[in-house]
Write a protein that binds this ligand. Structure first.
Ligand code: GRF
Length: 209
């Protein structure tokens, strides 16, 4: 059983998609070891509690400096013997020590088709605002492994979503979540949990069953 840590900062709809998929048999051979939020009031913590999943709040505010905060995060993952870290709307830049220690064992969901609309500053509604400002006709979501850069790691899954003429950033965000994010993230975890993912020279291949 792959032991999962899901890191969150907000509403946790992607966490919910993982929980639902797991309960409905869409994710096999994985279990939720812990949900970690950097914010005490993240609704995602409530979702974890409702499904009997252990949760922790590790907030930078509770530590004397950034280094101590980062170490607490690594210690919590180590203590839970985590096999895969899933960033599901986690708005903290991960420290190098964590990325190195959990190399190829951290995935993130980004709400665009990388390499478009990604990198520093592209998070939340800003991504969708930029998509609309540029006038692209297709956007989507990407699940990628996390390396030292921002949204630069090996790409695991992508799904395209149409942009419609009357879209607002909020409407588009919702469509990208419904049509892409909530499907891709559980699929990604299932693929990894069942040993179907290999990374070679920064490229991901997925084996057939
Ligand atoms: C999602 O759009 C995700 O792609 C991005 O942050 C948002 C998190 O939403 N990384 P939620 O907390 O899962 O509802």
């Amino acid at each position: 059983m792959l032991r999962l840590a899901v890191l969150v900062s907000g509403g946790g709809t992607n966490l919910q998609a993982l929980i639902d998929a797991s309960e409905q048999g869409g994710i096999k051979n994985a279990q939720f070891a812990v949900v970690i939020s950097n914010k005490k009031d993240a609704y995602a913590l409530e979702r974890a509690a409702r499904h009997g999943i252990k949760s922790l709040c590790i907030s930078p505010k509770d530590f004397k400096n950034r280094e101590a905060f980062h170490q607490a995060l690594v210690d919590a993952l180590d203590a839970e013997r985590i096999d895969l870290v899933v960033l599901a709307g986690y708005l903290v830049i991960l420290p190098k020590i964590l990325i190195q220690k959990y190399r190829d064992r951290i995935i993130n969901i980004h709400p665009s088709l990388i390499p478009s609309f990604c990198g520093a500053g592209y998070y939340g509604l800003k991504v969708h605002e930029s998509v609309l400002a540029r006038g692209v006709k297709v956007t989507g979501a990407t699940v990628h492994f996390v390396d030292e850069g921002t949204d630069t790691g090996p790409i695991l899954l992508q799904k395209a979503v149409d942009v419609k003429p009357d879209d607002t950033p909020e409407i588009l965000q919702r469509r990208v979540m419904e049509e892409a994010e909530w499907k891709l993230l559980p699929q990604a975890v299932d693929l990894i949990a069942n040993g179907r993912v290999t990374i070679t020279d920064g490229k991901v291949s997925i084996s057939e069953i």
